[in-house]
Design a binder for this molecule. Structure first.
Ligand code: ADP
Ligand code: MG
Length: 255
């Protein structure tokens, strides 16, 4: 049986004294794609930030193992070096930080292998055209004046270069037109195909992205934990029926 890439056990997390994650459990194996859906405020982004190590999210109990390492002991940059990548729900605009330099720095800080500037240039240009992004983006400031869709593509380019072992995409599909959505999904499917070690946790409100990514599991999160899981067809059920019935059943069971 394939080993767990990440294993989250009984994780409880609070933000500003409010408990958000409540004994959360999830195991992701290599080459698996897990979708996480659920009503607003159920703790999906909190989960993403807690895995990445955002200091605002206080872990009160539980464990996260990443490739058998105790992830909670590692700093944010070490987690990135271990191969975890988080695509933010709202990417920051950073004045004065050139996009190309940003890509170069994030590559060299997460990779030990040295790559010549020329090779890196070629690699970036190859990838940027695959994503249908104009090359002049590279000389602009990170995300400054980028449209919502352009910010998401800029992140996917970063993802493509960094080739993490675990990509966490937090509502990457929101605000993307259908062509951009397809490009993003193609590049994630390619990453999975080209790399023996690649898994993704995809947080989304929409079934559309799941049509292209074909997740192995679809989970519904509510009040800080997963209350029901299924295969990719579960997303069809959710789209048709919403979360009401699933939440009612869960409440009945936990009474
Ligand atoms: P989701 O992504 O599922 O919509 P979140 O994880 O963003 O949910 O939020 C879960 C709950 O935690 C919400 O009630 C939200 O208001 C609260 N929360 C999340 N982040 C913060 C924060 N940085 N400061 C204060 N409250 C927060
Ligand atoms: Mg969120």
């Amino acid at each position: 049986m394939a080993k767990n890439l990440i294993s989250i056990k009984n994780l409880s997390v609070s933000v500003e004294e409010k408990q958000i994650l409540n004994n959360f459990n999830l195991d992701v194996k290599n080459q698996e794609i897990h979708a996480i859906m659920g009503p607003n405020g159920s703790g999906k982004s909190t989960l993403a930030y807690s895995i990445m190590g955002h200091p605002k999210y206080r872990i009160s109990s539980g464990k996260i193992k990443f490739l058998e390492k105790d992830l909670l002991k590692l700093s944010v940059d070490k987690r990135a070096r271990e191969g975890i990548f988080l695509s933010f729900q709202s990417p920051l605009e950073i004045q004065g930080l050139n996009y190309f330099s940003f890509l170069k720095n994030s590559f060299s800080s997460t990779h030990q292998e040295r790559i010549s500037p020329l090779k890196f240039n070629t690699l970036v240009k190859e990838r940027i055209s695959l994503l249908n992004m104009p090359e002049n983006f590279l000389s602009r400031d990170l995300n400054v004046g980028f449209s919502g869709g352009e910010k998401k593509r800029a992140e996917i380019l970063q993802l493509n270069l960094l080739k993490p072992k675990l990509a966490i995409l937090d509502e990457t599909d929101s605000g993307l037109d259908i062509d951009s959505l397809k490009l993003v999904c193609n590049s994630i499917n390619n990453l999975k195909k080209e790399n023996k070690e690649f898994s993704a946790i995809v947080i989304t409100h929409y079934k559309k992205i799941l049509d292209f990514l074909k997740p192995d599991f679809v989970h519904v999160m509510y009040e800080g934990k997963i209350i029901k899981s299924g295969d990719s067809s579960f997303a069809n059920y959710i789209e048709k029926n919403g979360f009401t019935k699933i939440i009612e059943d869960y409440k009945k069971k936990s009474k």
